[in-house]
Design a protein around this ligand. Structure first.
Ligand SMILES: *Cc1c(COP(=O)(O)O)cnc(C)c1O
Length: 422
């Protein structure tokens, strides 16, 4: 282990310094697996970009309708190639991951059809899209689109045995990452493969859609490679590589991507319109994404080892399989959640001087504390920590533009908890 990593210069108390050293020792083997993953994913991205013969002119902005934007087309081809779909839609006009998933669901589902959520209630903001909370207008529910959340077994996996054979879902929805739900774990692509097989056998008419947020490049295989029909996600998380200013993507079967494009723009226009600025940052961000994910995974492993040593329950544990970059640490008290996030904020490159306060976020039910001293607003893959202000006060740590910074911020959070002895 290189000396500067062993000795962070954080003025850690001796006992904590020992724990940091032991944690770094403990993750060595997993870190080398991450190196291999990063290497393979980097090669995959590199080959896809070379195949598109990217050149300087592909980075030029288009305006107005954005007809014949060859850079946009090449970017979408590269995404399709990397994630193993027939077609892709990668657009700055998609404002977030939630929006990518919302246009997907509105594009694919028609009144009277059923959305079957295999991984229980989906991510908070998606519940607002579906309309299962009842208040919002413009939801899928208001359009007469039905939904059913499959109960999870005690071990957190979907209870397929409880599914009635009579259900005829149009879309079977899988959320790869667990989000703020501590009852379940993220689903690895191996587990997704089994689910997809089961769903396609029971419901041959159903399209399997995967919310891929936080999962991109975290494993050797992506969901489309194991039979999913469509994936969607956010560009200010993993695939934007920390350089994308905004945007979202969908990749999958051509026919489905076309329906979604018709919803995003208009039927008849589909994917042939859409002006585009800052394509350079999306190409470069995609190129950087495997590194960002590698840093994030290494820091997540380190955090799991360190906070477990400090006596906290962590999810996933250090040696458990991972499918996303998120590390949950169960802190047990609101005060600890606040301290943790404050320490991460104070260790950030942007707005490190801010004092955090929990606040309401659109689409989330409980107030959320969020340390996000990021270059792009809400770009949680840069290295952030957040959590809803509710029992059991878990913090969700993720991201890493650079490994030294991610480790530094994680140690700062550990120190804040250690010193407060709360
Ligand atoms: C972040 C996230 C979303 C929503 O993405 P936004 O860009 O924040 O709208 C959806 N699902 C999961 C699992 C996420 O982590």
């Amino acid at each position: 282990m290189p000396e500067p990593i062993d000795n962070f210069n954080l003025d850690l108390p001796a006992e904590l310094q020992d724990m940091v050293a032991r944690s770094l020792q403990r993750v060595k083997k997993q870190w080398s697996k991450v190196d291999r993953l990063q290497f393979n994913n980097q090669r995959r991205v590199l080959k896809a970009l070379q195949k598109q013969r990217i050149s300087e002119s592909d980075f030029l902005d288009s305006s107005g309708y954005g007809y014949a934007d060859s850079g946009r087309e090449k970017l979408e081809q590269a995404y399709a190639d990397i994630f193993k779909g027939e077609a892709a839609l990668v657009r700055p006009q998609i404002v977030s991951g939630t929006h990518a998933l919302a246009v997907t669901l509105f594009g694919l589902l028609r009144p009277g059809e059923l959305l079957l959520c295999l991984t229980g209630p989906p991510y908070d903001t998606l519940q607002a899209v579906i309309g299962s909370r009842g208040e919002e207008s413009g939801t899928l529910a208001e359009w007469g689109i039905r939904h059913h959340y499959v109960a999870l077994r005690d071990d957190g996996y979907p209870d397929l045995a409880a599914l009635e054979p009579g259900l005829q879902p149009r879309v079977a929805y899988i959320q790869r990452s667990a989000g703020y739900d501590l009852q379940r774990s993220g689903l690895t692509t191996g587990e997704i493969a089994l689910l997809v097989e089961e769903v396609h056998a029971r419901y041959p008419e159903a399209w399997v859609v995967v919310d891929n947020c936080y999962g991109e490049f975290a494993e050797e295989r992506e969901p489309l490679e194991v039979g999913a029909d469509l994936i969607a996600g956010s560009l200010i998380k993993n695939p934007g590589g920390g350089l994308a200013r905004s945007g979202g993507y969908v990749v999958g079967r051509r026919e489905l991507v076309r329906r979604i494009a018709g919803r995003l723009t208009a039927p008849g226009l589909y994917d042939s319109l859409g002006s585009f600025t800052e394509k350079r940052s999306l190409f470069q961000g995609l190129f950087m994404a495997p590194s960002l994910v590698g840093n994030a995974l290494k820091n997540a492993l380190f955090a799991a080892a360190l906070f477990e040593q400090m006596g906290y329950q962590v999810k996933p544990r250090c040696g458990e399989p991972r499918t996303d970059i998120v590390q949950a640490i169960i802190l047990g008290r609101a005060e600890k959640l606040l301290r943790f996030c404050q320490a991460v904020q104070s260790a950030s490159p942007v707005e490190s001087y801010l004092t955090l306060e929990p606040g309401p976020l659109p689409g989330y039910e409980d107030p959320v504390v969020m340390a996000a001293g990021t270059f792009f607003q809400g770009a949680t893959s840069e290295m952030t920590a957040d959590g809803p202000l509710r029992e059991p006060y878990a913090v969700f740590l993720q991201g890493g533009l650079t490994l030294p910074h991610a480790l530094w911020a994680t140690c700062a959070a550990a120190k804040a908890l250690y010193e407060a002895r709360v």
